[in-house]
Design a protein around this ligand. Structure first.
Ligand code: TXA
Ligand code: MG
Length: 335
C-alpha cells in the first residue's frame, strides 16, 4: 500500500499496463484494476477476487471520448454522459465492432459497462495508464466493497501488486448501473444517482430491473442474463463427433474423432484450444472469445473438453454449464 502521490500513480499505471493488478480509489468505492485490453490480466481479477462466477466488469476511462472507442453511444447515452460524467454512473452500451476490450469484461455478452469516475486520483491514474481499466470493487467475493484502502488491503492481501491509497471514498456506495442497450433505459443496480435524476435528464421513463425474477441474485446488481451459444454445447467431451467443433483444454494429442482420425486435424474454424499448456488463467481469458468463434451454424455442436474444477476452472465450468443449458434456445435474445 502506498500513498497515491504522482510518482506512485506513475508506477501503478506502468504496473497495470504490464498486466499487473492495481487497486485505486474512486468516489464510490476502491476498484481492483487491470488492463482491460489484456485478457490474462482481466482473468487475474477473477482469481484475486476468488469469484466462483464470471460477472461482467465495468471498464473505466478518464473521459467519454475514450469510451466511444469501445462502445456505441446512442443519443440518450450522450446526454447521460454529458450530465453525469465524470461521476458515479455506469452505462451498459453495445460493444463496437472490433472492440479491443477483452470479451471476459463482457462475460460473453454483446454489451460493455463503461464509467468515467470523478475522483482526482482515479482521473490521474486513468490518464497515466492510457488504457481502459477493468475494475470491480476491490474486495474478495462475498465481502463488502471497500471505501478505505486498508479494507481493500485486508480483503485482497497479497493477490494485488499495488494499492494506491487515497483516503476514504466520498460517495461510499457503488455506482448506479444503467442499461442503455435496450429500448428503454433500465437501472440494473441502484446507486448514488437515482432513476428519478436520470429520468429528468433523459426525459423518458427509466425502469428498474434487479433481476429477482430471472435468477436468485446473491447480491444486488448481479448480472442475471448470460451469454448462451446458439448451438448445443456438450461438456466433458472425450472425443469429437462428426460435425462438432472442439473447444479444447490442454493437450489434444490423444483426442480422437468418433468415426476415426484425430481432433487436431480439424479445420481451424472448428478447433480452438483455450490453453495448450492447461493454464487456467490463459484459458479463462480466451473462454468467451472462443465460444463466440465456434458458435456458428455450420457446426452441429461445440464439444468442450474437461476443465478441472479448481481456481478459475470453477468459474469457467459454471459458465459452461449455463451455456450448455441455455444453448440453442436464444431465449435471452442477447446474440
Ligand atoms: O462504483 C462502482 O461501480 C465500482 C467502482 C470500482 O467503479 N465498481 C463496481 O464493480 O462496483 P462491480 O464489478 O463490483 O460491479 C459491477 C456491476 C455488477 O453488478 C455487474 O453485473 C454489472 O455492473 N455489469 C457490468 N457489466 C455489465 C453488462 N455488460 N451488463 C449488465 N451488467 C453489467
Ligand atoms: Mg462488487
Amino acid at each position: 500500500m502506498i500513498e497515491a502521490c504522482d510518482s506512485a500513480i506513475i508506477r501503478g499505471a506502468e504496473l497495470l499496463r504490464n498486466g499487473k493488478l492495481v487497486v485505486f480509489p474512486t468516489e464510490t468505492v476502491y476498484g481492483l484494476g487491470a488492463n482491460a485490453l489484456d485478457g490474462q490480466a482481466v482473468a487475474g481479477i477473477f482469481e484475486a477476487k476468488g469469484r466462483p462466477q464470471f460477472n461482467p466488469l465495468i471498464v473505466h476511462v478518464s473521459q467519454a471520448k475514450e469510451a466511444e472507442e469501445y462502445v456505441e453511444f446512442s443519443e440518450m447515452a450522450k446526454v447521460a454522459a454529458m450530465h453525469f460524467w465524470p461521476g458515479p454512473l455506469t452505462m451498459i452500451l453495445p460493444r463496437k465492432k472490433g472492440c479491443r476490450v477483452s470479451e471476459l469484461c463482457s462475460a460473453g455478452l454483446s454489451t460493455l459497462a463503461v464509467r468515467v469516475p470523478a475522483h482526482d486520483i482515479a482521473q490521474k491514474f486513468l490518464k497515466e495508464t492510457g488504457v481502459p481499466v477493468a475494475a470491480p470493487s476491490a474486495n474478495r467475493s462475498g465481502s463488502i466493497s471497500p471505501t478505505l484502502p486498508i479494507l481493500a488491503a485486508e480483503s485482497l492481501g497479497e493477490s494485488v501488486d499495488l494499492i494506491l491509497a487515497g483516503g476514504p471514498c466520498t460517495v461510499g456506495l457503488e455506482s448506479t448501473v444503467l442499461d442503455l442497450s435496450g429500448k428503454q433505459p433500465v437501472v440494473l443496480r441502484p446507486g448514488a444517482i437515482t432513476a428519478e435524476q436520470i429520468e429528468e435528464v433523459l426525459c423518458v421513463p427509466v425502469g428498474y430491473d434487479f433481476g429477482e425474477k430471472i435468477d436468485k441474485p446473491k447480491s444486488p446488481g448481479q448480472l442475471l442474463r448470460h451469454y448462451a451459444p446458439s448451438i448445443p454445447v456438450r461438456l466433458k467431451a472425450v472425443d469429437v463427433e462428426a460435425g462438432e467443433a472442439l473447444l479444447a483444454f490442454g493437450s489434444t494429442q490423444f483426442m480422437a474423432m468418433k468415426g476415426g482420425g484425430f481432433a487436431h486435424n480439424l479445420p481451424e474454424t472448428a478447433f480452438k484450444n483455450l490453453s495448450e499448456q492447461g493454464d487456467l488463467i490463459e484459458a479463462a481469458s480466451n473462454l468467451f472469445a472462443y465460444l463466440h468463434l465456434l458458435d456458428c451454424p455450420e457446426h452441429k455442436a461445440i464439444a468442450v473438453m474437461d476443465i478441472p474444477e479448481q481456481g478459475l476452472g470453477i468459474a469457467m465450468n459454471d459458465r459452461l454449464r449455463r451455456a450448455a443449458k441455455g444453448a440453442g434456445s436464444q431465449k435471452n435474445g442477447l446474440k
